[in-house]
Ligand binder design. Structure first.
Ligand code: AGP
Length: 608
């Protein structure tokens, strides 16, 4: 996912742009660049590789003079990672420069039109086409040229634009890819994400689709692509700015693992009072009582939250729940109607597959409820209603605290729905509420005991194949444990329903294969243990993840046991995920991997 930053004010722009881009590095990128207007023209500095290479090239920004500029980190979509394909791109003779996040779907016919009118191109990107198109329409009024070009662009994109002839202006365009405007004193900015500007200001505007922002040091104006003026709300963000820093931890991922008890506590607090869960603003009692089925639609770890939620919601509410990968949902002709609740789960709120699935669900008449961590994000804006997790900014590509906060929101949803539909006893309702309120402390207890998991990682970090197995809700946990491990350690790993191994996969088990058996569901422990014994009989080493009460029983079938005090069944996944996260982290640490920015991955996948 690319990152955009823009600045206009009295200060030198380049150092500020580099600092903002550094905050956006977590999004994943392969090149970086800036364009600064010094009043006499625009200077572009860009290079393939890490941001540090760009900073070194321009001596921390001191080589590039000017107080107005734009910056970009590129995650390649059209055109391989290269100096030529990195942003900013310029139009015409270099009087206009732009940066871009997203995809311009009709760039080819536009490129052909421009080439037929004598324009030449130096890159393979769709972005350069937008730059040339704006320049083509430019006749001295930058806003008019941008508006004219935007009316012809198709796709999902955010743009940042500077023009040599307008030395105090930066223009931002938002169309289905996030862009926020940030307000300072005598200076203003725009950026892809609040994280990039949170250390400069707390006053922001979340742009909506098909809006153009004309940003100057002492004014910000918003327009439609037809140049109608728009009034926008200025909001104050309540983030703790340090949340977007490492605060002394070696990696964001480890910091975010350790933040989970507090993140869960913050997420629960607004919705639990006097022993009851109140979610009326997100899900009306009328809809809860009338709905006949629930879809949970998401990607990656958010999908794994849905897998856990299915067991919990069906168990308490007896409403059928179908969990579908967002990338599949759009094409499976889903049976969705006014009686269907479609729950979309997304940390970033910008995942393209999930956003498109949401639109498909709305087209079919379903009620869309989003669980999102980023306020004002596209999915939050597009859903009929939204529940915000309070994980705070999650920087590491591998999600941890957002996963855990999503999990507890689905537990609250389960008891809220069950309470309204009369499928839960008062005693069990109270038991689960008490468990939720005690959960952060139980999580902290497990995190305090991280050394035992660290030792296991040190013993096994050279493994090249690791299988996770579990039954029922433990299978859902196995999926997340496997994804965490492979995405940051690059170890091949898969998760299997424990009972499924003997139907094929067990042929892969050889001497020394590591199998992690997640066995927290007490009524199924014996079954999972027999599966663990099957793989041990074929040479596997087994690590079992279970509760204290099952530890002795489990130790008969496992080489190593990670155990923790039990809680209500609905809350066990919130505990079991912690050693799985820690194991993945330490395995990657000992393998020397780039834990916060794994290869090929982005924090939010805004392309399909
Ligand atoms: C999680 O560790 C992964 N980085 C990834 O699977 C992620 O969960 C997925 O891309 C969905 O992202 P979202 O929650 O922001 O929609």
């Amino acid at each position: 996912m690319c990152g955009i930053i823009g600045y206009t004010g009295p200060r030198q722009a380049a150092p500020l742009l580099l600092a903002g881009l550094e905050k956006l590095e977590y999004r994943g990128y392969d090149s970086a660049g800036i364009a600064v207007n010094d009043g006499n023209g625009i200077e572009v500095a860009k290079t393939m590789g890490r941001l540090a290479a760009l900073s070194t090239m321009i001596h921390g920004g001191s080589d590039v003079k000017g107080t107005v500029g734009i910056g970009h980190t590129r995650w390649a979509t059209h055109g391989k990672p290269s100096d030529e394909n990195s942003h900013p791109h310029v139009g015409g003779d270099g009087r206009i420069a732009i940066v871009h996040n997203g995809i311009i779907e009709n760039y080819k016919p536009l490129k052909e039109m421009l080439m037929n009118r004598g324009r030449s191109f130096v890159s393979e990107t769709d972005t350069e086409v937008a730059a040339q198109l704006i320049d083509y329409y430019y006749e001295g009024d930058l806003l008019a040229a941008v508006a004219r070009a935007v009316r012809e662009l198709e796709g999902s994109y955010a743009l940042g634009i500077v023009c040599a002839d307008e030395p105090d202006t930066i223009i931002g365009v938002k169309s289905h890819v996030p862009l926020i405007v940030a307000y300072g004193e005598g200076e203003n900015m725009f950026a892809s994400d609040i994280v990039a500007v949170a250390d400069q200001t707390r006053r922001v505007t979340y742009m909506d689709d098909d809006e153009i922002a004309v940003v100057r040091p002492d004014s910000v104006e918003f327009y439609t692509p037809f140049l109608d003026r728009i009034e926008k709300e200025i909001r104050t963000i309540d983030w703790d700015v340090s949340a977007a820093d490492k605060c002394g931890y070696e990696h964001y991922m480890f910091k975010e693992i350790m933040e989970q008890p507090e993140a869960v506590r913050r997420t629960l607090a607004p919705f639990i009072a006097d022993g009851r869960v109140s979610l009326e603003n997100a899900l009306s009692p009328e809809l809860v009582r009338s709905m006949s089925r629930i879809f949970i639609v998401a990607c990656g770890s958010s999908y794994h939250v849905g897998m856990v939620a299915k067991y919990n919601i069906e168990k308490l509410t007896r409403v059928p729940v179908e969990v579908v990968l967002a990338s599949e949902f759009r094409y499976c002709d889903p049976i969705v109607g006014p009686d269907t609740l479609v729950l979309l789960i997304s940390q970033s709120g910008e995942t393209a597959d999930t956003l498109e699935a949401l639109r498909e669900a709305k087209r079919r008449g379903g009620h869309t409820l989003a669980i999102v961590n980023v306020e004002g994000s596209s999915i939050a804006q597009a859903a009929d209603s939204v529940i915000y997790t309070k994980a705070g900014p999650e920087i590491a590509v591998a999600t941890t605290k957002a996963y855990s906060t999503q999990l507890v929101v689905t537990v609250m949803l389960a008891i809220y729905i069950a309470g309204l539909r009369g499928t839960i006893s008062d005693a069990e309702y109270a038991d689960i509420i008490a468990g939720l309120e005690a959960l952060p402390e139980h999580m902290q207890h497990i995190l305090n005991d991280k050394a035992s998991t660290q030792k296991l990682a040190y013993r096994y970090f050279n493994c090249e194949d690791i299988f996770f197995i579990g039954r029922n809700i433990d299978y859902a946990m196995s999926l997340e444990g496997s994804l965490k491990l492979k995405e940051i350690s690059y170890i091949h790993s898969d998760a299997y329903a424990a009972g499924e191994l003997k139907h094929g996969t067990i042929s892969l088990v050889v001497d020394g294969t590591l199998v992690i058996a997640v066995a927290t569901c007490s009524r199924l422990v014996e079954k999972t243990l027999s599966n663990a014994q099957e793989v041990k009989a074929r040479g596997a080493r087994v690590i079992a993840v279970t509760t204290d009460g099952n530890a002795e029983k489990v130790s008969a079938a496992a080489d190593n046991v990670i155990a923790f005090p039990a809680m209500h069944d609905l809350l066990l996944p919130s505990l079991a995920v912690l050693p799985l996260q820690l194991f993945a982290y330490y395995m990657a640490l000992y393998r020397g991997c780039d834990i916060d920015k794994p290869r090929n991955l982005a924090k939010s996948v805004t392309v399909e």
